[in-house]
Design a protein around this ligand. Sequence first.
Ligand SMILES: Cc1cc2nc3c(=O)[nH]c(=O)nc-3n(C[C@H](O)[C@H](O)[C@H](O)COP(=O)(O)OP(=O)(O)OC[C@H]3O[C@@H](n4cnc5c(N)ncnc54)[C@H](O)[C@@H]3O)c2cc1C
Ligand code: FES
Length: 275
Amino acid sequence: MNNMLHINSMMSGKIIFNREIVKDHFLMSLKVSSTEPPFKEASPGQFVMLRVKGRKFPFLGRPFSIYSIYQDDGGFTVEFLYRVVGKGTHVISRLKPDEEMYVLGPLGRGFDIFPDRSCVILVAGGIGIAPISFLGGHYRRCAADKPLKTICYAGAQSANLLIGLDKMEEICSDVKISTDDGSRGYHGLVTDLFKDDLNSYSYSDSIIYACGPPAMLKGLADILKDQSIPCQVSVEERMACGVGACLGCAISIKSEYKRVCKDGPVFDIREIDWE
Ligand SMILES: Cc1cc2nc3c(=O)[nH]c(=O)nc-3n(C[C@H](O)[C@H](O)[C@H](O)COP(=O)(O)OP(=O)(O)OC[C@H]3O[C@@H](n4cnc5c(N)ncnc54)[C@H](O)[C@@H]3O)c2cc1C
Ligand code: FES
């Protein structure tokens, strides 16, 4: 298990850049001045709560997955890929270099790493590529000289909304693309593209990871229902505290309530009670 759980304090992050890469999708780079854990041990699938310094709104932090992280002089550079969906992300998208944010994290339980599997299958829908890309990079670095096949299935509504592909192409042995409108790659859902290939994988030697909209994850759960291949997914819920205190992010796992922020956001796909 690679997941280290920490009690974290709020840190300060200064924006290096915050640029729109495709319509309503932004890449933000933050310099966090800390050389100590917890950032040193951030693992793929973990997230942070971001809040804008000096603004009353948004009052509560917003959760964002870590897209990439580099240690450099005096701290860490942490990158986030995000989509503007409401008022909080709109405010964040207007921030300029040198403005500051409160950063709480890294939080939650990330993806489990299976060093013995030689085939890693990554399924990403839309902005779900953020934690999946961090994970793919982690596997690539850990694999070193070992033979490792990393296949990415990346889907979006249309070609102009596909993001993070350059990095996936560097990391992965193969990147397969789908768009809902057929403007690039397979015409249809990314889960259908994956389903066509499923039987070509060795179930005992592969591991699947996924992140994307709830309908995509539910679709994947249906496809894998009677299959033995392991699969972990990162799920999203609205969050208030981000640290397990408010129960606002609870979801049903094997008929029990679990907190996405503290017990997740990564869960075994077969343990989630999909409605
Ligand atoms: C663990 C985790 C990691 C995440 N990582 C990323 C990421 O890397 N990039 C990214 O773009 N987004 C990510 N999100 C989603 C992001 O936190 C929300 O889009 C953001 O909080 C919305 O804030 P807002 O004020 O703009 O939207 P609001 O005005 O609060 O809501 C606008 C719309 O978005 C929906 N929404 C709000 N919050 C969430 C949420 N947490 N999950 C699902 N739907 C939501 C609302 O139901 C509403 O329909 C993540 C969420 C979680 C829980
Ligand atoms: S957001 Fe408060 S318990 Fe998860």
